[in-house]
Write a protein that binds this ligand. Structure first.
Ligand code: GTP
Ligand code: MG
Ligand code: ZN
Length: 314
């Protein structure tokens, strides 16, 4: 082989010296940033991973985030330099991930109990950022009841829902099929099992929370990290606190972010209908006729209120 051997593991201060003084041995290698830590970025390339520094000019241009496709040069001493960030197809602020195509929203009905308001907000955030959204109900091994009725409003809205247990392996293959070949962000509350799921799907070795120690404020994953999937594709493990957010959404656009509301929007009497108390609102009528889920509609009202208040504060 002859080239510099590729190195696994986080960078050390020593690397900086190599980056400044090291001679470029090979350049023009393309890779994907899988981890970022202060000024060292780990880049997945064919055959391994390289800890890289940023070319000085890049540092001025802005940040490099996990998911970025980059061009690097290999230096002496098993290090590399990111020379160029290739054009992004998308960029999420929170969690910070570039080039994501899909979001897998992970939740559990028990340990921790799900919060539908949070789930709906995450779905809206995914829609707004044009990510394909997928729901993953994990920890079904803990349930005695059939989860299907709880999931019905989401299936009815057209979202794929995968039911999994990272513990027993149930549904993991089905989830793996959804993830294969794509760049997917996993999002969801702390303790729902995002890291455990990726360990099951990709044979990764991500740290997971202690059994029996789940509670509010417990965050095992602290940083976004990309996991290479078997075959092709990546999935981003994210910390529970870094959930997808709605950003600066407006009240006017909110209704259109509900795929289940969309068939009715054109039929509202008034343009700019917010689907609250307006006469001739086709969305509200569909709820009254049982065609739309009443819970989703009720939470829509709450989220709309939040967006309104946020705008008034600005
Ligand atoms: N019974 C059961 N426990 C699970 C399952 N998946 C994960 N767990 C447990 O739930 C706890 C939390 O799992 P993690 O994978 O760390 O959760 P996380 O979503 O990555 O949490 P953060 O990193 O804090 O955001 C651990 O004790 C796991 O062993 C499952 O399918 N069934
Ligand atoms: Mg985790
Ligand atoms: Zn309306």
């Amino acid at each position: 082989m002859g080239g510099p051997s590729l190195h696994r593991g986080p960078g050390a201060a020593r690397g900086q010296v190599a980056a400044r003084g090291g001679k470029v041995q090979v350049s023009g290698i393309e890779g994907v940033v899988v981890r970022g830590h202060s000024n060292i970025h780990q880049v997945a390339v064919d055959g391994g991973r390289v800890d890289c520094y940023l070319r000085g000019s890049l540092r001025r241009l802005g940040r490099v985030v996990v998911g970025d496709r980059v061009r690097i040069s290999l230096l002496e001493g098993e290090r590399g330099v990111i020379e160029e960030v290739l054009e992004r197809t998308s960029l999420l602020e929170r969690p910070p991930v570039a080039n994501a195509q899909q979001a897998a929203l992970v939740f559990s009905l028990r340990d921790p109990v799900w919060n539908q308001l949070v789930l709906d907000r995450m779905l809206l955030a995914a829609e707004r950022q044009e990510l394909r959204a997928l729901l993953c109900l994990n920890k079904v091994d803990l349930l005695e009841e059939d989860p299907a009725p709880a999931l019905e409003p989401y299936r009815g809205a057209g979202y794929p829902v995968v039911v999994t247990s990272a513990r027993t392996g149930l549904g993991i293959k089905e989830l793996a099929n959804f993830l294969a070949g794509h760049m997917t962000v996993l999002a969801g509350a702390s303790g729902v099992g995002k890291s455990s799921i990726l360990n099951a799907v990709a044979g990764a070795d991500l740290p997971t929370g202690e059994v029996g120690a789940i509670g509010r404020g417990r965050h095992t994953t602290r940083r976004v990290e990309l996991i290479s999937l078997p075959g092709e594709g990546f999935a981003a493990d994210t910390p529970g606190f870094s959930t997808l957010t709605l950003g600066d959404a407006t009240v006017e656009e909110l209704g259109a972010l509900y795929p289940d509301f969309r068939p009715y929007l054109e039929r509202c009497r008034f343009r700019g209908c917010l689907h609250l108390k307006e006469p001739g609102c086709a969305v509200r009528q569909a709820v009254e006729e049982g065609l739309l889920d009443a819970g989703r509609y009720r939470r829509y009202g709450r989220i709309l209120g939040e967006v309104q208040r946020k705008r008034h504060r600005q």
